[in-house]
Design a protein around this ligand. Structure first.
Ligand code: ADP
Ligand code: MG
Length: 681
C-alpha cells in the first residue's frame, strides 16, 4: 500500500478537483496531510441543557426531537429561511437556518438530535440559529471544529477526515517505541489519530492530545539537539591562555559569582575544545553582560586574535566604545569604532587597521560583519541584545575568519525548558544574579484619571535634575481608538504640562540619523523628557533617567514592559515605572500587577508565557523554529515532559541513529524539512 502521504486527497469519496483545490488552500494535499490536519477546537455536546433552562443569549447544546418537517420560505434577495420546532421533555424551541436549501432534507422529523448553536431572542421568544447537529444515535458527543476556507465548511472537512481515517491500516508504525510509550503512559499513534478527530469523550480526547503534543515536542527537542551537534565546526582559533583574572583587575568593581561562572564557561569552551564556541549568555537587564563579553574579548585578544563586538544600534555601539575605551586604557589593547555614521575617510582608516591587524577590539553595528570589512585574524564575534544570528549571518561570520568563536548576549529571559528548545543549537550560561546594591525600580499601576498626578511627579523629578521617558504604543494603521500616538501626544505635552521643559520625541517614522540625533540629545541631558514608541527598548543607557511612564500598558507583553522598565534604575537614584491603563478587567490588572510585584525577569517571563505564549518573547521576529501542528510553546508542562522523554530515549537507545528510532528520525526530518509524516503507510 502506498504511503497515505502519496495518496492525493482526491482519492477520498466526494472530493473532486474543485474540493481538492479548497483543501490545498489549507495546506492539505494528501490523505495523510488531512489526517494530520487536527481540529482547532471542539464543541462539547456531552452535557446538553434542558430547553426550559434556556434564559439568555449564547451558545448552547440541546438534545431534542424535531417536531415536524422543516419548512422553507423565500425571503428578500432570493434567500431561503428554513424553520422548525424541536422539543425535549421540558419544552419546545424554534430553530432557524439561513440559506441552506439542503437543511429540510438533512433533518428528519421524529428523530432525536444534538443541536449546537447560538440562542437569540426576538419578540416571539428564544430561537436557535443555524445550529450544527447530529443524530443522538451516532453516539459522538465531542465534535471537531476545523480551520476552514471559502467554500469548505468544518462539517465537510470532518466528513472527509472520517473517510481518510478509514484508509488507515490496522497496524501503523509508531515513531515512539513501545517501551517509551509504556514508560510514559502514552497511547499508540493509531488511537491518537482517530481520537484527536472523533473522541468518544473528553478523556479520550485528552489521551490523544497528550500523545500527539508530546510526540511533536520530543521530535522538536531531539531535532534541535542534533542540530546543535552538527553546528559545531573545527575552529582555527586556538585559545590556550586564560586572561580573565588579569581583566578583572581592570574593572572598577568585583564581578558577581554569576558573571564569573559565565566567563569561565566561555573560557572552557575556547580552551578545552577544538570546536568553535557557540554560547548564549542570558541575563536580565542590568545583570552585567557587557563585562562578561569584554572579559572574553580580552582573553581572545591576549591570545593574539581580534574581537568584534556588535551592538544593535549605532548609539549603543558608541556607548560601548566609550565604556571599553576607558576600561582598557593602559592595557595596550587597540580599540576602534566602526559604524555607518563615521566619515568616509575615518571608515577607510578603521577598515585598514582591521585588515592589517592593528585594531584588536572592534566595536560596531551588525554592518561590521556584513560589510566589506576584512579581518586579519578574527577570533571571536560577540553580538549584544540582538537575539541571535540567523543561519545565513552565522555562515557569513564564520567566513570572516577561520571559524571564529561566537558569543550571543541576550536579556530576554526565557524559561529554561523553552530556552533549551529555542536556542537548542547554542550552549547557555545564565547570569542569575544582579550586581550588589541595586535599587529595584518601584513600579505602580495607575488609571488614566491619575495622569495629571503622574505628570506632576515627572516635573518634580526633572526639577531635581533627573530625566524621564514616556512610552506610547505604536499606532497600527487604521486603528481608530484612543491609543495615544507618540507624535500627537508629545505635541500636546509640549503645549501644556511641559511647556517650559525641553521634550524630545522618537518614533518609528524617523530616519535613523534623526532618531540617533534625538537619542543623543536625551543622552546628553539636553532634552529632559523623551516621548517614545518602543524604539527605546534596546536603546541607550541614560543613568540619569529615573522615571518611565508607559501609556496603554495593557498593550504590551509583560516581558516587553520589563525590558522597557530596564531603561531606568541604572543610576544611583531611586527610579520609578508608572504603568497607565484604563482597562479595568480583572485579567489585565492581574497581568500588570505581576510587574509591580517583582523585578525578576525570569518570573515575569514565566507568567508571560502562561498568559500569552512565546510570541511575545520574539515580537515579530522570526524565531526560526518549525511550525508546530498541535503542540504549544506556552505549554511548559508538556515541554518538561518532552525533555524527560528525549533524555530517556537517548539513554535507552544510546544513539539517535539506532534502528529502533528509524520512524522517530523520519519525523524529525519531516518537522525540519516540512516533508510528510513518513510513518503513515
Ligand atoms: P546588561 O546586562 O543589561 O548589559 P550592563 O553590562 O550594561 O548590563 O551593566 C549594567 C551596569 O552595571 C553597568 O553600569 C555596569 O558597569 C554595572 N556592573 C556590571 N557588573 C557589575 C558588578 N559586578 N558590580 C557592580 N556593577 C556592575
Ligand atoms: Mg547590555
Amino acid at each position: 500500500m502506498p504511503s497515505l502521504y502519496k495518496t492525493p486527497i482526491t482519492a477520498l469519496a466526494g472530493v473532486g478537483a474543485k474540493r481538492a483545490e479548497q483543501f490545498h488552500k489549507l495546506g492539505v494535499q494528501s490523505v495523510g496531510d488531512l489526517i494530520n490536519f487536527y481540529p482547532r477546537a471542539y464543541e462539547d455536546w456531552s452535557s446538553p441543557v434542558k430547553i426550559e433552562d434556556i434564559s439568555e443569549e449564547g451558545m448552547v447544546c440541546i438534545k431534542a426531537v424535531l417536531a415536524s418537517p422543516i419548512s422553507d420560505a423565500m425571503i428578500g434577495g432570493g434567500r431561503i429561511l428554513s424553520r422548525g420546532t424541536v422539543y425535549d421533555d421540558t419544552g419546545t424551541l424554534k430553530i432557524v437556518f439561513f440559506n441552506n436549501r439542503y437543511i429540510s432534507q438533512m433533518l428528519t422529523y421524529g428523530i432525536e438530535y444534538f443541536f449546537y448553536g447560538k440562542i437569540t431572542f426576538d419578540s416571539y421568544g428564544a430561537q436557535l440559529v443555524s445550529p450544527t447537529f447530529a443524530p443522538v444515535s451516532e453516539g459522538t458527543r465531542i465534535h471537531p471544529i476545523y480551520r476552514t476556507t471559502a467554500g469548505l465548511t468544518s462539517k465537510t472537512i470532518a466528513n472527509a477526515v472520517k473517510n481518510a481515517l478509514k484508509m488507515l491500516p490496522e497496524h501503523i508504525g509508531d515513531p515512539l517505541p513501545e517501551q517509551v510509550r509504556r514508560h510514559f503512559d502514552l497511547c499508540g499513534l493509531r488511537q491518537a489519530l482517530c481520537d484527536i478527530h472523533f473522541p468518544k469523550d473528553s478523556a479520550a480526547l485528552e489521551t490523544a492530545r497528550r500523545r500527539l503534543v508530546t510526540e511533536e515536542l520530543v521530535v522538536l527537542n531531539l531535532g534541535m539537539r542534533s542540530l546543535r551537534e552538527h553546528s559545531r565546526t573545527l575552529t582555527g582559533v586556538r585559545i590556550t591562555e586564560d586572561h580573565s583574572a588579569e581583566f578583572e583587575q581592570l574593572l572598577p568593581f568585583e564581578l558577581t559569582g554569576a558573571q564569573k561562572r559565565a566567563i569561565a564557561d566561555c573560557v572552557a569552551d575556547m580552551t578545552e575544545k577544538t570546536a568553535q564556541m557557540n554560547r548564549l549568555v542570558q541575563g536580565d537587564v542590568g545583570a552585567g553582560k557587557t563585562a562578561v563579553a569584554a572579559s572574553v574579548c580580552y582573553t581572545v585578544i591576549k591570545n593574539g586574535f581580534q574581537a568584534a563586538f556588535m551592538a544593535p544600534t549605532e548609539i549603543l555601539a558608541r556607548q560601548h566604545f566609550e565604556t571599553f575605551r576607558k576600561l582598557l586604557e593602559g592595557s595596550g589593547v587597540q580599540i576602534e569604532l566602526l559604524t555607518g555614521a563615521l566619515k568616509e575617510s575615518e571608515k577607510k582608516r578603521v577598515r585598514q587597521s582591521i585588515a592589517d591587524g592593528t585594531a584588536q577590539l572592534i566595536i560596531g553595528t551588525h554592518a561590521l560583519i556584513t560589510d566589506k570589512t576584512e579581518f586579519a585574524n578574527l577570533g571571536v564575534a560577540v553580538t549584544d541584545e540582538q537575539h541571535r544570528f540567523g543561519v545565513a549571518q552565522r555562515a557569513k561570520l564564520l567566513s570572516k575568519g577561520d571559524n571564529p568563536h561566537l558569543l550571543v548576549m541576550s536579556a530576554t529571559p526565557i524559561p529554561r525548558t523553552l530556552g533549551l528548545i529555542i536556542f537548542g543549537d547554542l550552549d547557555i550560561s545564565v547570569i542569575d544574579e544582579l550586581p550588589p546594591n541595586r535599587k529595584p525600580v518601584r513600579t505602580v499601576l495607575r488609571g488614566g484619571k491619575d495622569r495629571e498626578g503622574v505628570f506632576r511627579f515627572i516635573r518634580e523629578e526633572i526639577a531635581n535634575g533627573r530625566q524621564a521617558y514616556i512610552v506610547c504604543p505604536l499606532v497600527e494603521e487604521g486603528e481608530l481608538d484612543n491609543v495615544a500616538s507618540a507624535q500627537e501626544y508629545a505635541a500636546e505635552l509640549m503645549l501644556s504640562q511641559f511647556r517650559d521643559i525641553p521634550v524630545g520625541i522618537v518614533h518609528g517614522q524617523l530616519k535613523p540619523d534623526e532618531k540617533e540625533a534625538e537619542m543623543n540629545r536625551f543622552a546628553n541631558n539636553e532634552t529632559k523628557l523623551l516621548v517614545a514608541t518602543t524604539v527605546i527598548e534596546v536603546g541607550v543607557d541614560v543613568p540619569n533617567a529615573s522615571v518611565m511612564m508607559i501609556e496603554n500598558a495593557e498593550r504590551f507583553g509583560l516581558s516587553q514592559l520589563h525590558q522597557l522598565r530596564g531603561r531606568v534604575g541604572r543610576g544611583g537614584a531611586q527610579s520609578y515605572c508608572v504603568l497607565i491603563s484604563d482597562h479595568y478587567s480583572k485579567a489585565t490588572r492581574q497581568r500588570l500587577e505581576v510587574l509591580c510585584r517583582t523585578n525578576d525577569g525570569f518570573k515575569i517571563a514565566d507568567e508571560d508565557l502562561k498568559m500569552r505564549g512565546p510570541g511575545d518573547f520574539f515580537g515579530e521576529r522570526q524565531h526560526g523554529l518549525p511550525q508546530l501542528a498541535i503542540a504549544d510553546f506556552a505549554d511548559t508542562k508538556s515541554l518538561d515532559l518532552s525533555q524527560k522523554i528525549a533524555d530517556y530515549i537517548l539513554f535507552i537507545y544510546k544513539d539517535l541513529r539506532s534502528d529502533d528510532l528509524r520512524l522517530l528520525n523520519a519525523e524529525i526530518d519531516r518537522l525540519f524539512d516540512r516533508g510528510g509524516r513518513n510513518t503513515l503507510n
